[in-house]
Design a protein around this ligand. Structure first.
Ligand code: 1CP
Length: 351
């Protein structure tokens, strides 16, 4: 018999009835966890990603602490620019730095696309190692960056609030921008297909910075590449979740991507999104900042969200999550309060 956690996760994607929506948290392995900080005190970020033992160790920590229904492979969206040769480093505490950002056609021509699947094979290896360790207990997510977000980092060469070089380049050299995004989309598709083959049940595309774009920019630059990606993945039976931060204005066109579901940021009203997408999977969308509030407030907000999933679809096609990644200093009590509010009924039923 399938473990109830894995069963619940898979049911959200095949539309089966569920007792409640499955729960996992974006960025659930990370700096808010003491075990992760211990690993990072001894190992560099890329070393953790490259070593299946270490990446599985940190991917399992949140599952051991909290009653989550799915695991996400420990990796990063920036594995793709790194494999293309953009020389991505993570210093201690700061964000990523690119040694070779892409600003011109000759920068793009220097990208090393040949044999990229081979250079990225440590990611599917991490998936398959995680799968072996879980032995069917939880759902498994693979992931990759969406083309625009990868483009944004690749052009800017670091994190940014506005990604101005990238967004200006889209207008000053549209051909170059589209070609770069297509190259990134092809690499991400190859990677996700390998992750699915290695055991990921579902793959998530992180378009963290897509919300910076206007509706017409998103339609012109992002939707066609996302369509091709989702179509290829769907042929390989890999359901796709698309997360776009700040996408309230983009919601009307997200359906055109062909994604199986959408991961909603915290500013989107669940019931509004459900009215627009009655049978898509919707995921989200507790505000990650709320986990810093007292437990009773976290609990009340979580119950309101559960009420929305119950009243709209009897919890079907729904995945409980945050509206963006968990923040590095999040108190564990906040995560406990969220989890307890979700599993409250089960404890009563069993006790
Ligand atoms: O369990 C998990 O969820 C962890 C796996 C994971 C995921 C899904 C990591 C590990 N990164 C990501 C995705 C990711 N990486 C995104 C999309 C999700 C989001 O918006 O939160 C983005 C934008 C990145 C890029 C990135 N990698 C940043 C942000 C840079 C910036 O300032 O704009 C950072 C800090 C990283 C490094 C990183 N990746 C993951 C972790 C745990 C860390 C912290 C590294 C450390 O210091 O230990």
């Amino acid at each position: 018999m399938t473990d109830p956690r894995r069963h619940r996760f898979l049911s959200a994607f095949n539309g089966s009835p569920v007792d409640r929506p499955p729960l996992w948290l974006m960025r659930q392995a990370g700096r808010y966890l003491p075990g992760y900080r211990e690993v990072r005190a001894k190992h560099g970020f890329w070393d953790v990603c490259l070593n299946p033992e270490l990446s599985t160790h940190v991917a399992l920590e949140p599952l051991n602490r909290f009653p989550l229904d799915a695991a996400i492979v420990f990796s990063d969206i920036l594995v793709i620019p790194q494999a293309l040769g953009l020389d991505v480093t993570f210093g201690t505490g700061e964000g990523p730095q690119f040694g070779k950002p892409m600003r011109t056609a000759s920068d793009l021509n220097a990208w090393n696309t040949k044999g990229i699947a081979e250079r990225l094979k440590y990611v599917p290896q991490a998936v398959s190692h995680l799968k072996n360790r879980l032995n069917g207990s939880h759902g498994i997510l693979g992931f990759a960056g969406a083309p625009f977000t990868l483009f944004a980092y690749s052009v800017e060469g670091q994190g940014s609030d506005d990604f101005r070089h990238a967004r200006v380049l889209m207008h000053t050299d549209k051909k170059l921008a589209l070609k770069a995004m297509q190259t990134l989309a092809d690499a991400a598709t190859e990677l996700l297909l390998e992750e699915a083959k290695a055991g990921a049940d579902v793959v998530q595309l992180f378009d963290t910075w897509g919300g910076l774009l206007t509706l017409s920019e998103y339609q012109e630059f992002c939707v066609p590449a996302l369509q091709r990606m989702c179509q290829t993945l769907s042929k390989a039976n890999a359901p796709t979740l698309l997360f776009v931060k700040g996408a309230t204005h983009l919601l009307p066109v997200l359906g055109e991507t062909g994604a199986t579901g959408f991961s909603l940021d915290w500013r989107i009203d669940w019931r509004d999104a459900r009215r627009r997408y009655p049978t898509h999977v919707l995921q989200g969308n507790i505000d990650p900042v709320l986990l810093f509030a007292p437990p009773d407030i976290v609990s009340n907000q979580t119950k309101l969200l559960l009420q929305a999933t119950a009243e709209t679809t009897s919890h079907k096609h729904s995945v409980l999550n945050l509206g963006h990644g968990i923040l590095p200093k999040t108190p564990l009590e906040g995560v406990d309060a969220l989890c307890n509010a979700v599993t409250a009924g089960e404890a009563a039923a069993h006790g």
